[in-house]
Ligand binder design. Structure first.
Ligand code: NAI
Ligand code: MG
Length: 360
């Protein structure tokens, strides 16, 4: 298979973890006979340095041409006081918008080797393996009317939650499509006892489920879901929800996995004629200026994002599993960076990348 991938290392530890993620891609391509075509692009603070803007036109063009994009992280402290439009993070909004990625996927799983570092009881979270599918381009973060008007006691803030049938159906199909390759269960999260948008959401999810008779659909109210995520996380396989609920629940889900350096993410758009799904893959963490340039960042979130890319953009399940198994085996062997508090000497970013490649 041809894998045409745009690589945007970004700033700070973004460049360090991306270097290892790319090595893993190279190792997988070599082992499974894929043709890897990597293109490098600029995004964030480094792009401001070189071109004057966090999201150069050239990067937008490269992203449109690629099958999938691998992103490190952006943000340089020197821009901390710059206005929002001139900050590195503006590049993130730009790339997400250009790619039209409407589904944000956060895999959440627990690893045996890390379970003792979780704030939750081992027996509750052991075996957790779910994906939270968050609608990313609609809902209350975008709806109009919005704004603050008036003054005094009648000064009023307004936001609007709105969804169309088409927006709900496409994120629903994404969730069912994913569940079909997993444990075949979709938990649709809404607040249909209160919100009209949720009533439409629920109705459309039921309609979409008819296209996937092999997948079970359950409805969960969002407040109950927040509780179930920590009380009984193993009951979930694919959780699908609207933008704001997903924003909140995915951060809650992140606690289950341990260190922020472990967490991958995927944002998916439409399917290309090549069969690949447009996708943007990045670790959840930022550019971590406090540890940048020290070769000690945990690259496993970035490497897990490579696994997600192989699975979701290219449908390469065996390859994705090989990467995920390698992550599990280096964790079990204690071959980890300082953030995971190993018993012996912590490995460097580079050494963890090498250990993953060796395990593959
Ligand atoms: P951060 O995620 O960069 O760091 C938070 C803490 O976690 C720091 O102590 C850091 O050392 C640690 N950490 C993060 N990733 C790690 C890794 N892979 N291995 C070991 N330790 C790790 O968040 P922070 O400090 O709030 O933001 C720093 C910059 O990154 C800011 O400019 C922010 O806007 C930007 N940012 C960018 C994101 C992105 O590119 N998607 C996401 C979040 C923040
Ligand atoms: Mg959030």
């Amino acid at each position: 298979m041809n894998l045409n991938i745009l690589v945007l290392p970004g700033d700070g530890i973004g460049t360090e973890v991306t270097r290892e993620a790319v090595r893993v891609l190279q190792r997988v391509s070599e082992k499974y006979n894929h043709t890897l075509r990597l293109t490098d692009g600029l995004l964030g603070g480094i792009a401001i340095h070189k071109t004057g803007t966090p999201f150069p036109d050239e990067t937008a063009k490269l992203a449109a041409d690629a099958d999938a994009t691998l992103l490190g992280a952006v943000g340089l402290p020197e821009f901390d006081n710059a206005p929002p439009a001139q900050r590195p993070e503006r590049g993130l909004l730009g790339i997400r918008k250009v790619l039209g990625v409407y589904a944000n996927l956060r895999p959440v799983r627990t690893y045996k080797a890390l379970i003792d570092s979780s704030p939750l009881k081992n027996e509750r979270i052991e075996g957790t393996d779910m994906i939270i599918v968050r609608e990313l381009t609609g809902g209350i973060y975008y709806g109009t009317p919005r704004g603050v008007e008036g003054s005094g006691d009648t000064e009023r803030g307004t936001n609007t939650m709105t969804y169309t049938r088409a927006e709900i159906a496409r994120i629903g199909r994404m969730a069912f499509h994913l569940a079909r390759k997993r444990r075949k269960k979709v938990s649709s999260v809404d607040k249909s006892n209160v919100l009209e948008t949720s009533q439409l959401w629920r109705k459309v999810m039921v309609e979409v489920s008819a296209e996937f008779p092999d997948v079970e659909l359950e409805h969960v109210l969002v407040d109950n879901c927040a509780m179930q995520l920590v009380l009984n996380p193993t009951r979930f396989d694919v959780v699908v929800t609207e933008n704001m609920f997903g924003d909140i629940l995915s951060d809650e889900g992140a606690v289950l996995a341990g260190s922020i350096g472990m967490l991958p993410s995927a944002s998916i758009g439409e399917q290309k004629p090549s069969g690949a799904w447009v996708g943007l893959y990045e670790p959840v963490h930022g550019s971590a200026p406090d540890i940048a340039g020290q070769n000690k960042a945990n690259p496993l979130g970035a490497i897990g994002s490579v696994a997600a890319m192989l699975e979701y953009s290219f449908g390469l399940m065996e390859e994705a599993t090989a990467v995920n198994n390698a992550i599990e085996s280096v964790l079990n062997a204690g071959q980890v960076t300082a953030d995971l508090k190993p018993k012996g000497t912590p490995l460097t970013t580079e050494q963890v990348g090498a250990a993953i490649c060796a395990a593959i």
